[in-house]
Design a protein around this ligand. Structure first.
Ligand code: MTE
Length: 324
């Protein structure tokens, strides 16, 4: 019998999954015990991946922006092999080994819709968008709420460039982002107890902060499916669940969007979700983190070490639950 040993940075699924979801899933599985729905799930086995050449390959690698440096806690980028095989992407399963399943994600054709409070709503093909955006590479830290962390070379463009391209109206206060929804393509979306599609949101001040980045590449290549192809958010001062993957829609709104995880468990996963070692998650401490590939814990820093760039965003909001 093969016994899988958990690595130092891995949380057991029961700890990472919000209690409400875990309980719902467990009771559903108990109730069904090998009944008709499990048989139906078997019939819905994922279709074979259609692998087409990525038309954006020739854009990478792009020039690194040296303004963004790593720190002594994770001084060099994490191993590519770990970053691309240890993932959270619930659309392909509620565990970390989804990289094979994510190959069914079809990233061309792919369009991005910009709507809501903008001068003019529009839908643009990803390759047309990429041609108009200022691509660069940035080394960023990433801190998951589950206490693992990594450092990665993202390629992409500042989210501010997309906001400028969208021309929001003056009444717009938030940016709501939405992932694709296609349960035929993404087996995890057949788990009907999750509130699909995945939604995330930022204030416009956060979205136009210099650190907010749309990643379209990783390690000098187009971003792999499992990391959120063809475009995902990177907000390194926030817990990783804010970094929504495989975005199809950017909507400018007056009302604060309610995110996927906030809908599931608002008491654990709030809107702001800024990294803070002094504010524990209701079920574990956030004081330390374990970098992917390491057996050593390192201290977590306020705003994941990016206070210089982002602390100003939260002046006057101290009474809000900024750290969950
Ligand atoms: N985006 C979507 N659409 N679905 C997800 O399940 N998981 C989030 C975030 N974005 C998730 C998502 C979480 S919890 C984390 S930590 C990061 O993606 C993980 O990114 P990575 O797999 O590239 O490390």
């Amino acid at each position: 019998m093969m016994i899988k040993q958990r690595r130092a940075w891995e949380l057991p699924a029961s700890a990472a999954t919000p209690e409400a979801v875990f309980a719902q899933r467990r009771s559903l599985i108990q109730a069904l015990a090998a009944g008709p729905i499990l048989l139906a799930a078997g019939r819905l086995a994922p279709a074979k991946a259609e692998v087409a050449a990525d038309p954006s390959s020739s854009l990478y690698p792009v020039k690194r922006n040296e303004r963004y440096q790593l720190d002594a806690r994770i001084p060099t980028p994490s191993k590519e092999e770990l970053v691309t095989t240890y993932n959270n992407f619930y659309e392909f399963g509620s565990h970390k080994q989804i990289s094979a399943a994510a190959q069914t994600l079809k990233t061309r054709p792919w369009t991005v819709t910009i709507d809501g409070l903008v001068e003019q709503e529009r839908t643009i093909a990803i390759d047309d968008l990429l041609r108009q955006m200022p691509l660069e590479e940035r080394l960023y830290r990433h801190r998951c709420v589950e206490t693992w962390s990594m450092a990665v070379p993202w390629s992409g463009f500042p989210l501010k460039a997309l906001v400028d391209f969208a021309k929001p109206q003056s009444s717009a206060k938030y940016l709501r982002m939405e992932t694709f929804q296609d349960p035929d393509m993404a087996s995890g979306q057949r788990q009907f107890w999750y509130p699909w599609p995945y939604i995330e949101g930022l204030t416009l001040a956060e979205a136009t902060n210099e650190l907010a980045f749309i990643a379209t590449g990783l390690y000098g290549k187009p971003i792999p499916n499992q990391n959120g192809a063809p475009l995902r958010l990177a907000t390194p001062w926030k817990y990783g669940f804010k970094s929504i993957k495989s975005i199809v829609r950017f909507s400018f709104t007056e009302e604060r969007p309610v995110s996927f995880w906030e809908t599931i468990q608002a008491s654990e996963y709030g809107f702001w979700a800024n990294v803070n070692p002094e504010v524990p998650h209701p079920r574990w401490s956030q004081a330390m983190e374990t970098p992917l590939g390491s057996n050593q814990k390192v201290p977590t820093l306020l705003y994941n070490g990016y206070a210089e760039q982002v602390a100003g965003l939260y002046k006057g909001l101290e009474n809000q639950p900024l750290y969950m």
